[in-house]
Design a protein around this ligand. Sequence first.
Ligand SMILES: Cc1cc2nc3c(=O)[nH]c(=O)nc-3n(C[C@H](O)[C@H](O)[C@H](O)COP(=O)(O)OP(=O)(O)OC[C@H]3O[C@@H](n4cnc5c(N)ncnc54)[C@H](O)[C@@H]3O)c2cc1C
Length: 389
Amino acid sequence: MDQNTTSSSSAIVIIGSGLAGYTVIREIRKLDKTIPITLVTKEPGYFYSKPMLSTALAGNKEASQLVSTPADGMASQLEINILALTDVNAINSSKQIISTSHGDVAYRKLVLALGADQICPSVQGNAAHEMFTVNDLEDYAKFREAIQGKKKVAILGAGLIGCEFANDLVLGGFGVDVIDLASHSLGRLIPETAASELQNKLSAIGVRWHFNTTVQSIDRVNQQLSITLANGTVISSDVALSAVGLKPRVDLAQAAGITTGIGIQVNRELETNQPNIYALGDCAEVEGLVLPYVMPIMQAARALAVTLTGQRTALTYPAMPVMVKTPALATIVSPPAKGAVGEWKNKPIEGGLEARFESADGKLLGFVLMGTATAQRGALTKELPAILT
Ligand SMILES: Cc1cc2nc3c(=O)[nH]c(=O)nc-3n(C[C@H](O)[C@H](O)[C@H](O)COP(=O)(O)OP(=O)(O)OC[C@H]3O[C@@H](n4cnc5c(N)ncnc54)[C@H](O)[C@@H]3O)c2cc1C
């Protein structure tokens, strides 16, 4: 699989075979069927839907069952060259070359779609290293293997991913403890009243909550994990999963002199500060915003494809609500922008809850819809201001 820097080098090189990498390629192909594209990825190059990772355990799905298209199928469908199981180690932005574990690859345009790492907090104890994170198919396979034949899972983090795993694992027959520093679930996204609704529904199917505390140590005692919380509670569990948040992968970019903040910083055209290098997806920070969700990636991929095929195009973000995949209580969140001034107003309705975050003059700036209220998604989304105009 050696790839040397020759005149046949691809016009466009994409690093990363996640949703961001593949979506930008799909969008480019809608506009240009022939421009040479090379995809370089650490992964096998298959396409799978990452959001399914937090809903597939209940159905006892194997990792391989979640692959929708293998690498060779993607390569022929999109007419691209895929360098799979290939690490990109460095970017030389002046020579326009990337160094990989299989040789150098030259580019005219380079797209960083590197994703993010799940954060694994450092805790004490002889089994601290046994904490799992699930952010790709390989992680999923390892986690699934670890819980085979087991009964209890402790989840650190009651955010979107933590709640989804909690619901899925309970449906899969596991006892679940969820631990979070915040006072309620989905802490940064929704108000306490709405969070209580979700917690009550998840408690009713067996989730145990531990709020306002964190994990201090994890020790293996007689085949079990003994998890000591900062509030003194000790939980006995078989497996521990961390779902406390994501850290955009910025190291490769940073080492190449690309400006980074929380993520790889790009302008509205998704350009980094280095010529011909772009970034999108979970690794990218656009005007201070890191939005690690599907909808922002689709928007960014569409705009970037137009830019890469010759017409500089600025990214816009409409309001983009996110569905929390907790079947115990259907929930859709569209949190207000950071620093937005207003207050939450709850409107309980038959079989659901509508919580609106409104400015002093009654403008809708964010919402949470639960249960039957999720039917209002379309109407309320239209009322919301765009995130980036
Ligand atoms: C469990 C879970 C559930 C989710 N559910 C939802 C949901 O319901 N709705 C929603 O909107 N969002 C959801 N998300 C978020 C959404 O899935 C992500 O925002 C999206 O998949 C990120 O895609 P990406 O391409 O940016 O990153 P990734 O999918 O992480 O892809 C990054 C790629 O870069 C490659 N890479 C990185 N560094 C290198 C290197 N040095 N060399 C070579 N290759 C490299 C990786 O191998 C990988 O192929 C969920 C996320 C998780 C983890």
